[in-house]
Design a binder for this molecule. Structure first.
Ligand SMILES: [Zn+2]
Ligand SMILES: [Zn+2]
Length: 74
């Protein structure tokens, strides 16, 4: 597993109100996944309790381990 760190201050994020939050910067941080093949944003699917990602551009599922995860202040 990769580290969940704040894009602004690089400190570890905590989980708050259903999302990531940086206590140092005091802002919420969104986790976004991008396609490893075409760089488009992936849609997160929750099937059978396991998260997977779908790329609308490639029109296929992408494995979670290949998805490029970015954290965005927001
Ligand atoms: Zn921060
Ligand atoms: Zn794609």
């Amino acid at each position: 597993m990769g580290e969940n760190t704040c894009p602004t201050c690089q400190r570890p994020l905590c989980w708050k109100d259903g999302g990531y939050y940086c206590e140092h910067c005091q802002h919420p941080v969104r986790k976004r996944a991008f396609c490893p093949d075409c760089e488009q944003a992936l849609e997160k699917l929750n099937a059978c309790g396991a998260a997977s990602y779908f790329c609308p551009h490639c029109n296929e599922l992408k494995s979670k381990s290949r998805a490029r995860i970015c954290f965005e202040a927001g």
